[in-house]
Design a protein around this ligand. Structure first.
Ligand SMILES: C[S@@+](CC[C@H](N)C(=O)[O-])C[C@H]1O[C@@H](n2cnc3c(N)ncnc32)[C@H](O)[C@@H]1O
Length: 244
């Protein structure tokens, strides 16, 4: 016979949540993130240059899937305890949920103080060091990284800004380090009509490869293609760079 009173947790476990309530909660959650998408990134306002990936998770799923690749692709280059640099980290979603489960340390950097504030609040983790820094003007915090991720970043820099940042990146790469990143491939008629911060967009793999080969001898580029919610197609070029 049990004499201790049942705990609140045990009491809650006894309540069977009805399916209709679970379904309703899911619908309300989805609506919340749909609204967040509209008022933060809607056509009429200039939202942040970074995306809040909770919207992908709770509203876009399962229609837009390309955003998951930034989490999964670099995992194949990571090993237990590796030192990761997450360049232009935006909301911090990838460092928190995809990289922190394998990395030893992560320096995650973005120039937008609001992105870093958001990342620290929603996606903090003891292994992640979120830093506000404009890498065109400021140095990197570390001296060596095993895996450097730079997703949806190069198109945000002019060619001269890129030249400064890539020198900083090369200086923290060793023999076995790898830089893995992505950039959207934009059809020629849509060039310069996307994200307001884009300064250097690419329409196909060839010009991207020509651009990257100034600094790297070992270049691999893969392209993925997805239909997106609301119509259209999303093409993304993923580059894996070694041996600067
Ligand atoms: C499209 S977001 C990509 C965010 C994240 N990597 C992702 O995949 O969701 C581009 C980010 O680059 C940051 N950024 C642009 N120029 C930068 C610079 N010079 N130094 C640091 N961050 C920069 C912006 O603030 C923005 O958060």
């Amino acid at each position: 016979m049990r004499l201790t009173p049942i705990t609140m947790e045990e009491r809650i476990a006894l309540i069977r949540i009805p399916k209709w309530l679970a379904d309703l909660s899911l619908k309300v959650n989805r609506l919340y993130y749909k609204q967040l998408l509209q008022y933060r990134y809607g056509a009429r306002q200039r939202g942040p240059a970074w995306f809040d990936h909770r919207i992908d998770l709770y509203f876009h799923w399962p229609h837009n899937l390309f955003w998951l690749e930034r989490g999964i692709f670099p995992r194949k280059e990571m090993f237990e305890g590796c030192a990761v640099l997450d360049l232009f980290c935006g909301d911090g979603f990838y460092s928190r949920y995809f990289y922190s489960t394998i990395a030893g340390t992560i320096d995650a950097i973005d120039k937008d103080p609001l992105a870093i504030k958001h990342a620290k609040y929603w996606h903090c983790h003891p292994k992640i060091n979120y830093i506000v820094a404009d890498l065109v003007k400021e140095e990197l915090p570390g001296s060596h990284y095993d895996v450097i991720v730079w997703f949806e970043g190069i198109e945000h820099l002019s060619e001269s800004e890129y030249a400064v940042v890539i020198e900083r990146i090369k200086s923290v790469m060793g023999e076995t380090s790898v830089l893995i990143g992505s950039t959207p491939l934009v059809s020629s008629e849509c060039l310069e009509h996307g994200n307001w911060e884009h300064k250097n967009e690419f329409a196909s793999v060839e010009p991207l490869k020509k651009f990257l080969c100034h600094d790297f001898t070992d270049i691999q580029i893969d392209v993925t293609d997805y239909p997106v919610l609301g119509g259209g197609q999303r093409r993304t070029a993923y580059f894996t760079l070694r041996h600067p």
